[in-house]
Design a protein around this ligand. Structure first.
Ligand SMILES: NC(=O)C1=CN([C@@H]2O[C@H](COP(=O)(O)OP(=O)(O)OC[C@H]3O[C@@H](n4cnc5c(N)ncnc54)[C@H](OP(=O)(O)O)[C@@H]3O)[C@@H](O)[C@H]2O)C=CC1
Ligand SMILES: CCCCCCCCCCCCCCCC(=O)[C@@H](N)CO
Length: 370
């Protein structure tokens, strides 16, 4: 009986057309690969956040380590060191044990600043000097003064360019002399001091160069035509310089501060068009000590760009372009945020144009009333 059933079954199997087994094999294979894919996707869910956490942690630890170094026996030269951000920077460098040379034009202001900086020293051996130099003057004079400074204070380890100023106003109201001054002081001045220092730094295989641009060097602002032009130019200079000196072990840092509460800022406020003030207000007002500390730390950490505040972050991220910022976190944020930030920028621009339109209407109204 059993045998019969078996035979019938065999016959049946041979008569009933076989379901093509290829399909089921394909199906199983497909399911297998789908399963494998979902497994690897699941793995990625762990790997990507894991990598990000490791990257962030690495950035944090290396920033903390590099910024906690002592500057004992290191010579820090600060142009514009008699006032504002430059003076705060000098105090911060002195607190880290550096020998400091302040450079500016006015000798009395320099002497007064020297006394302030001396109070921040932490070692009896620290030397605080000052020297009157017009950084935008003839190059030979800048070079000779820097050679004298190095003779007295030793080779420059950190060159910090803060000498600068802003004359505000719409272009037709800006005198040709002020236009030239903006470009000479804010751009040429920093190029000249760097030119006078770079050879020595390269031969020693170490050194930091800090250049001070502004958020007005990342987007053109109403009332800042020549100033913005000079600060934009510094970005090109800094990027090219970095390419030239990276392999000699030198660090270049380009700072983009928003408004900072300094004597220079108080001065520019006097002639600032309303439009400029309203646009700049959205970037906030910072204390020079906070800005100086951030710039010094960013430079010691080897960062190419230094910014402060949310708007600083947004604008430097949006404008990263070909800038040489290789921090893991920064690169990650630049990769994911540049596109969306373009939209945010358009919204900001619309609000700025609304401000300009409003101010124009107000001015026309008051003209008519007169
Ligand atoms: N304050 C702000 O809101 C912002 C400032 N910045 C930039 O930061 C830098 C510092 O600004 P801040 O601290 O406000 O400036 P301050 O006006 O407070 O100080 C400027 C310093 O530069 C010196 N200086 C000016 N001209 C020359 C020159 N030809 N040669 C040598 N030294 C000179 C001044 O001394 P003396 O006159 O005696 O020569 C002074 O020590 C500038 O480059 C500025 O553009 C960027 C963004 C915002
Ligand atoms: C993604 C888009 C974000 C857009 C953010 C816009 C924020 C505008 C802030 C502008 C501040 C400009 C300060 C100039 C300071 C300066 O250089 C003078 N004080 C000179 O001394």
């Amino acid at each position: 009986m059993k045998m019969n059933i078996f035979i019938i079954y065999q016959i049946d199997r041979s008569t009933v057309p076989k379901r093509p087994s290829v399909n089921s094999e394909k199906f199983t294979k497909m399911m297998d690969s789908l399963f494998q894919l979902s497994e690897s996707v699941c793995c990625l869910w762990y790997i990507i956040p894991g990598l990000i956490i490791v990257g962030v942690f690495y950035d944090y630890i290396s920033y903390k380590t590099l910024t906690s170094v002592s500057l004992k026996d290191k010579h820090v030269l600060i142009t514009g060191g008699s006032s504002g951000i430059g003076k705060s920077f000098a105090c911060e460098a002195a607190r880290k044990g550096a020998n400091v040379t302040l450079v500016a034009r006015d000798k009395d202001k320099l002497k007064a600043a020297e006394l302030e900086v001396k109070k921040c020293c932490i070692y009896a051996s620290q030397r605080i000097f000052s020297c009157s130099v017009d950084v935008s003057g003839p190059y030979d004079r800048v070079e000779d003064s820097f050679a004298d400074i190095e003779k007295d204070g030793g080779p420059i380890f950190m060159l910090t360019n803060f000498a600068g100023a802003a004359v505000c106003g719409v272009l037709e109201d800006t005198s040709p002399a002020d236009i030239r001054k903006m470009l000479d002081l804010n751009c040429l001045g920093s190029i000249q001091t760097t030119r006078a220092t770079i050879e020595g730094m390269k031969s020693r295989g170490e050194g930091h160069i800090i250049l001070t641009s502004s958020l007005a060097g990342l987007f053109g602002i109403y009332g800042f035509c020549p100033y913005s032009a000079a600060k934009f130019a510094l970005k090109g200079f800094a990027e090219a310089l970095y390419m030239e000196v990276k392999h000699s072990g030198l660090k270049v840092t380009l700072a983009f501060p928003a408004d900072v509460d300094t004597p220079g800022f108080a001065e520019e406020e006097k002639s600032k068009p309303k439009e400029t003030r309203l646009i700049c207000q959205s970037g906030g007002l910072f204390h020079p000590d906070v800005v100086a500390r951030k710039i010094l730390n960013d430079s010691l950490a080897g960062y190419f760009t230094s910014y402060i505040g949310l708007d600083g972050f947004l604008l430097t991220t949006l404008n990263a372009g070909m800038s040489q910022d290789y921090s893991f976190v920064r690169l990650l944020l630049q990769v994911f945020l540049t596109g969306p930030l373009r939209l945010v920028a358009v919204l900001y621009q619309l609000s700025f144009f609304r401000i300009i339109k409003k101010c124009r209407e107000e001015r026309n109204k008051s003209k008519k009333a007169e």
